[in-house]
Design a protein around this ligand. Structure first.
Ligand SMILES: Nc1ncnc2c1ncn2[C@@H]1O[C@H](COP(=O)(O)OP(=O)(O)OP(=O)(O)O)[C@@H](O)[C@H]1O
Ligand SMILES: [Mg+2]
Length: 501
């Protein structure tokens, strides 16, 4: 094992383009053993591409990689693995139909003398690793049904079961609660002590600052700076990332708040949430806060007709509404941007313009004839408004960077011109510059009469954008706070059940 602080991996002149898109240009980087190296940059800056090159998933057009000073050729993921390079991707890649221990040893099962799979060793090793990292999972637990946090811990267990020397984490915390983030960071700390090098990618700069020893900034595929974290203040990181200083996030415009347009009365879904009642007014932005698992997403899904309700009533613009299906909800002017974009939000092999227009096809096809030009124009408007980085509206969504995919989902629902819009983690995976664009767009739409229910785990976002904040805990609505009452501390205490509302 290399000593702490000695160069483990060295990249020189790494260049990669996809057709006309220059994803990486002449990037050089040294990653040292026993250090946490944050990699930051705007959506589409090239971070995930760099990860994929180190993992042997994508091949660089030019440049070399050295490990312990030796030139290596990482032609495929098996080679990366053999060299001790492990990655946790933006979306966990565990196999849901296998158990925990089968996942930990996926693709490299230990064998007995008779060449059959050595289940006993597998189970024992899995138990040892899970115990070492305080992971409360049994080796035989099926992975289907585990939450994102557990799946991520599983990825780490996978990393530990092999002798990892470099662990790459591509936005590992995007879907974690504060407590789970703490656990993850403790684990990262232990790996660092063992001399493992960690590359940490995140759009939450406070996290990068808290955990990383060194920060590297990429911009438009180029290396801009590498510096010890302590010597690079956050504002400076932002400036290096976006090439300008940012004015305030959460630029909330004052909207005129009108009549009640949406009422939820005593909504319930057995075992998930109950007695959820609230009202939304025209032009109002209402935040829905609470920890992950408190039932926020579940309420939104039931209102939009994805899951069924067991109890309660909904009223839209003074008329009763029964959420039978998302199409029925859309017809009543209600739209929902789901938290899980890859599963529910997008059709990956289709173009940006097809995805954007999907929810408004009826409007674009008067008399049953599709108007491709109208479709493209609609998409182009949102590409400009949300600064979606794509070579054209014809680019397939699959080849966009993670954050840009998220923007396409948002565009799709904005294009439907709903009167009531439920946004579930709308800036998950979105860089700081774009976040401000998204906030500006949302706030502006509210001034035009759109009503927004904003679900977000980022409290500053909820507090900055909302006229009113609802707080959920364990399937119940436990507080309603005015903009003035809703401070970060108060919301956290109510959400955690430390303080009654
Ligand atoms: N398979 C592909 N085909 C075409 N272009 C691609 C492909 N993969 C990535 N790109 C482009 O390369 C650029 C860099 O993408 P990358 O995924 O590395 O960005 P990122 O820094 O990880 O962004 P994010 O923060 O949004 O995850 C983007 O412009 C993206 O559209
Ligand atoms: Mg990425």
């Amino acid at each position: 094992m290399s000593a702490h602080g000695s160069p483990l991996i060295e990249l020189r002149g790494i260049t990669k383009s996809y057709g006309g898109v220059q994803a990486l240009a002449d990037v050089g980087l040294v990653i040292e053993a026993g250090t946490v190296h944050a990699l930051v940059g705007e959506n589409g800056a090239g971070k995930s591409t760099l990860v994929k090159i180190l993992m042997g998933v994508v091949h660089a057009d030019e440049g070399d990689v050295r490990i312990d000073g030796q030139l290596v050729h990482i032609g495929d993921p098996q080679t990366a693995h053999r060299l001790g390079i492990i990655a946790m991707y933006q979306e966990p890649t565990v196999f849901p139909d296998l158990t925990v221990s089968e996942n930990v040893f996926a693709g490299r099962h230990p064998r007995t003398a008779l060449r059959t799979v050595d289940w006993r060793t597998m189970r024992r090793e899995t138990e040892r690793i899970l115990a070492e990292f305080d992971v409360d999972l049994g080796p035989d637990t099926p992975v289907r049904g585990l939450g994102v946090a557990d799946r991520q811990l599983l990825e780490i267990a996978k990393a530990l079961s092999s002798s990892a020397r470099l662990l790459i984490m591509d936005e590992p915390t995007a879907a974690l609660s504060p407590h789970e983030v703490d656990n993850l960071f403790a684990t990262v700390g232990r790996l660092r002590e063992r001399g493992v090098a960690i590359v940490f990618i995140s759009h939450r700069l406070e996290e990068a600052e808290a955990i990383a020893d060194v920060v590297t900034v990429l911009r438009d595929g180029r290396h801009v700076a590498t510096s010890p974290t302590a010597e690079l203040p956050q504002a400076e990181i932002v400036r290096l990332m976006v090439g300008r200083s940012l004015d305030a996030l959460f630029p909330k415009e004052q909207a005129e708040i009108g009549d009640v347009v949406f009422e939820a009365k005593a909504l319930g879904r057995r075992g998930v949430f109950s007695e959820v009642s609230f009202e939304l007014r025209r032009g109002e932005i209402v935040g829905l806060a609470g920890f992950i698992g408190s039932g926020r997403t579940e309420v939104a899904r039931a209102i939009f007709g994805i899951d069924s309700l067991d109890a309660g009533e909904l009223w839209i613009e003074g008329r009763p509404f029964r959420p039978r299906s998302p199409m029925a909800a859309l017809r009543r002017g209600l739209a929902y941007l789901p938290e899980d974009r890859l599963q529910q939000g997008l059709v990956q092999p289709m173009s940006v313009s097809k995805n954007v227009s999907m929810a408004v096809l009826q409007r674009l096809t008067p008399g049953g004839v599709l108007r491709p030009r109208r479709e493209r124009r609609l998409a182009q408007r949102f590409v400009d408004q949300l600064t979606i980085k794509a070579s054209s509206v014809a680019q397939v969504v699959k080849s966009l960077s993670g954050g840009n995919q998220q923007k396409v989902v948002l565009a799709k629902w904005l294009a439907a011109e709903p009167r009531i819009l439920i946004l579930d983690e709308p800036t998950h995976g979105v860089d700081v510059g774009t976040k401000a664009d998204v906030h500006r767009t949302i706030s502006h739409l509210a001034t035009q009469g759109l009503t927004i229910l904003l679900i977000s785990s980022e409290l500053p976002e909820v507090l900055g954008m909302s006229d009113r904040v609802l707080v959920m805990r364990e399937g119940r609505l436990v507080a309603e706070l005015s903009r003035a009452e809703a401070t970060q501390e108060r919301v956290v205490r109510v959400a955690a059940g430390v303080e009654a509302a």
